[in-house]
Design a protein around this ligand. Structure first.
Ligand SMILES: [Zn+2]
Length: 366
């Protein structure tokens, strides 16, 4: 419906509702009929506009699919980047340049909490074949302070039907290479419950940041068990920042145990440079790689895990403003070390098919 028609209908309603019929020379029964008619018209508008929106989302999915198919035709395995931290300082044209250079078909464009979810919609409107509307990250004072207004807005955004994914939301977060947030909002806190509930209700996946210390696992496991319909992507797996406190996650087996227990748990792969050390502890944290004088390869145990559970892993760049210069290196590591080592069906699932299913709710169809 165009705005002119809407205006006429509103004007009509105004005259019907605001004023007594006898004042305008309308018979009582005609007035009642007009009122009923207006109600019906508005009910129809409501239904039709909802349908129009559903079509919009289908149209978006069609555009995303075209984009992926274009890369397949070029002989590239397309990547869907599920974890990008959009702070508004890197022009999206620059990001698109890096995506194109690296065979990244789509980016879940998660804005930081200050920018708000709408920023992702704005960028999607400008570049509908590149950016997937994604709800804000929980990465600042509002989220960590469990701000009521922030959580209400989050719920409103999630229920709007305009978005495909949510977050990254931070639970336990150590200082990183680009920020010094040393915080812990427990996975079973009230704020996190809001996210788990919204994911269960809408079917949208969400990203979680949580440091994999043994003693921090129970709070996560309680929630995975309590919300079996929530789709949780735990970010940066294949990482260990302290072998003493992260004992269960020192091997691929620890991840395997959780995968077997929780069908609603997914992971994106660690993005640190193979062989690099976490500055907080001095340990080489990307444990899914073998680094030797011969070069870097995917560790055999992790390769086995990916082949055994090919549906549970996705790729996220974890690129933000401060790390933008790492984009090519991160994507090249995924392509030339991880995807190259895997069977083609597994590589395709991890590169884009799993992310596709998480964001659309449907299997990828060639
Ligand atoms: Zn993270």
């Amino acid at each position: 419906m165009n705005s002119g028609t809407a205006n006429k209908l509103l004007t009509c309603t105004f005259f019907i509702c605001c004023g007594k019929p006898e004042n305008r020379g309308i018979k009582e029964e005609d007035f009642a009929m007009l009122k009923t008619l207006t109600t019906v018209i508005f009910a129809l508008i409501f239904i039709l506009s909802n349908d129009a929106f559903a079509l919009d989302k289908n149209e978006q999915v069609r555009i995303f699919k075209e984009r992926i198919k274009t890369l397949i035709k070029q002989g590239t395995i397309p990547i869907i980047d599920v974890e990008y931290h959009h702070g508004g300082k890197i022009e999206t044209d620059r990001l698109i340049g890096r995506m194109d250079e690296n065979g990244v078909a789509l980016t879940w464009l998660g804005p930081n909490e200050k920018l708000g979810s709408e920023e992702s919609i704005r960028q999607n409107e400008l570049h509908p074949d590149r950016f997937v509307p994604t709800i804000v990250h929980g990465d600042g004072k509002l989220w960590h302070g469990s701000d009521k207004g922030f959580l209400e807005k989050l719920a409103k955004d999630a229920r709007s039907g305009k978005y495909f994914a949510m977050g990254e939301f931070e639970a336990r977060h150590y200082p990183s290479s680009t920020n010094n947030r040393n915080v812990h909002l427990p996975v079973d806190s009230e704020a996190m419950k809001v996210v788990f509930e919204l994911s269960s209700e809408t079917g949208m996946p969400f990203l979680l940041h949580h440091e994999a210390e043994d003693e921090l696992l129970p709070e996560l496991e309680r929630m995975l068990a309590k919300y079996p319909k929530a789709k949780l992507i735990w970010c940066h797996v294949g990482r260990n920042r302290n072998p003493v406190t992260w004992n269960k996650f020192s091997k691929a087996d620890g991840v395997r145990d959780l995968i077997k227990k929780y069908p609603n748990l997914y992971f994106d792969l660690v993005q640190s440079k193979p062989g690099s050390k976490y500055h907080g502890t001095g340990y080489q944290d990307a444990i899914m790689y073998d680094v030797s004088s011969w070069g870097v390869s995917l560790d055999a145990e992790w390769e086995k895990l990916f082949e055994e559970f090919p549906d549970r892993f996705v790729i996220g760049s974890d690129i933000n403003t401060g790390r933008f210069g790492n984009y090519d290196r991160v994507m090249d590591t995924f392509r030339s070390i991880v995807l190259k080592e895997l069977s083609k069906p597994t590589a395709e699932k991890i590169a884009f098919k799993n992310a596709w299913k998480l964001m659309t709710g449907k299997d990828w169809e060639d």
